[in-house]
Write a protein that binds this ligand. Structure first.
Ligand SMILES: *Cc1c(COP(=O)(O)O)cnc(C)c1O
Length: 261
């Protein structure tokens, strides 16, 4: 399988434990190779397999292949899967897509982390619900590093102010920043998005009240994770290179402007 064809959806569907294992091994090899090019330790990198659109049977195969955390873009899809697979007690869920306030109640029931925080109303709602349950939630602030109007996330120059306001919500544990780079096969357009997120994280460590809580950089997907790793990613989110191409177009997951769900 040629993983360099990421943008053309050339990934074959993995439909057995062996195929998923092989894809995972392949991704991990490439992660390690990307680390070597910049002298990083692969052990400081986290891979979140993204299972949106993947059905229960194949998710169970991924579990057998060793996956213990999965990323999902839509909270209700994730919630349904969590309910169906509650027997897999050590399987954790990361919500990586836009959240509407009225769906926050689902997130607090089962998610370990929420990576697409970009507005205070959602922060406030999550915090209130978490307080009621005596729980906390790891959060990443999503930043729009590509200046594309269709991308969600805060503008880079809004993030410091947002971080200051987040201190009011003590059940949200700030872990770092998340972004989607420009969708382009041209490295010269993709790499600056990742570098911008890293620079912003470094600035927040100095200037935000949470300081070093801004540790993580969640960036890099099937088509660009090696670049992201070279630019300092600590978490990458990889779907198609592990499970195969999705049938639904990305516009279903990243509608322009507000999410439709
Ligand atoms: C779908 C998705 C990914 C993974 O994309 P792939 O091309 O499947 O690797 C990563 N991040 C977010 C926010 C996503 O929605």
């Amino acid at each position: 399988m040629n993983h360099s064809t990421a943008r053309t959806n050339g990934y074959q569907t993995a439909s057995s434990v062996a195929e998923i294992s092989a894809n995972l091994a392949h991704v991990k090899e490439r992660m390690a190779a990307a680390c070597r090019t910049v002298g990083r330790d692969p052990n400081e990198l986290r891979l979140i397999p993204v299972s949106k659109t993947v059905d229960e049977a194949r998710i169970r195969m991924a579990y057998q292949a060793g996956c213990r955390i999965l990323g999902e873009n839509k909270v209700q899809e994730a919630y349904g899967k969590w309910q169906a697979m509650s027997d897999l007690e050590d399987l954790e869920w990361a919500i990586i897509g836009h959240l509407q306030t009225n769906k926050a109640k689902f997130v607090v029931r089962f998610a370990k982390e929420f990576q697409a925080l970009d507005n205070l109303r959602v922060a406030q709602t999550l915090d209130r619900l978490l307080q009621q349950q005596g729980r906390s939630l790891d959060v990443f602030v999503q930043v729009n590093t590509s200046a594309e109007p269709s991308k969600l996330g805060l503008d880079p120059d809004q993030v410091l102010d947002f971080a200051k306001q987040l201190t009011s919500y003590s059940s949200l544990r700030v872990r770092g920043l998340m972004t989607l780079a420009l969708f382009s096969s041209d490295e010269a357009h993709v790499r600056p998005c990742f570098a911008m997120l890293r620079n912003l994280r470094d600035q927040l460590r100095q200037e935000a009240p949470q300081g070093d809580d801004f540790a993580e950089l969640s960036m890099g997907m099937s088509g660009d994770y090696e670049l992201a790793i070279q630019e300092g990613a600590t978490t990458i989110r990889v779907g198609q290179a592990i499970f195969g191409a999705r049938n639904l177009p990305d516009s279903y997951y990243w509608p322009d402007g507000q999410a439709r769900s």
